[in-house]
Design a protein around this ligand. Sequence first.
Ligand code: FES
Length: 155
Amino acid sequence: MKTEDPRIGRVRALAAAYHAPDGLLPLLHDVQAAFGHIDDIFVPAIAEALNLSRAEVHGVITFYHDFRRVPAGRHVVRLCRAEACQARGARAIEAAAVERLGVAMGATRADGAVTLEPVYCLGMCATGPNALVDGVPVSRIDGARLDRLAAEILA
Ligand code: FES
């Protein structure tokens, strides 16, 4: 007999506080806060608890960029791709970040050191190109600043 992943019991316990349909988003945030991501194996338990289909739960998880289906790296760099930052050179910064961090956009390095992902406006448009590095805003990113960030992250 296959043993159930013990994390699923925790997911069920978290789900007990919510009801569909309004409870799905807050529950997903709770699950991600508890585990750092929403593993695909949690989906059946979430669907069952809220009386939703697995497809509905999966659809919401994949629709919102903030939900992770796999664990993030030890550091998370979120580069702004929205218009004002694009006008200030974000595209070149993104290309340089991919090269210096050694990871594709939207991916995590094989050694787990860093996840690089896009974000669409951080509300600091006048000081772009902008990023969030482990949740801390970083503005006016240029090559030199990017080099320093990459050195710290990969140290
Ligand atoms: S466009 Fe990048 S912070 Fe607004």
